[in-house]
Design a protein around this ligand. Sequence first.
Ligand SMILES: [Zn+2]
Length: 155
Amino acid sequence: MKKVEPLPKGMGKVSQVFNDERTRGVYQQYGLDGHNGEDVSGWHLPVRSPIDGRVHYAGEGAGNGVLGASAGRAILIESHDGTVMIELAHLDVIYVEAGQYVSAGSYVALSGNTGASSGPHLHWGALPLTGGDIDRENGFMGRVDPREWLAGGYE
Ligand SMILES: [Zn+2]
């Protein structure tokens, strides 16, 4: 599968890694083992789809069973091969709609500060799918380290 970073090179700064040891306590209060994605700080960063896929959901996270209100305005993109769902959260502007097909590298949103966010940033995550299902019991609500996923650690 073709995979690209959600942000062009040099855009934004990683402010919190997956399972960041500095913030584990905060997430453990919410029943997670730790931070369940990667944060890149910056306002109106141009956010790209990391994969070829179909927009599964685009809009307010509240009311969506995978995202939740804390995600703010967010997008879920499912890969064409059905092996992963990508989460892009705390967005300000969304350019795509559910059902739309997107290519890896195509621009889908601008980063923002919506939902449970303490400053403008993109939060992005990778949710491996097994037979279409998310492993919600993995300690991170089905998310894995998106860096490892990018590097091919999860297929
Ligand atoms: Zn985050």
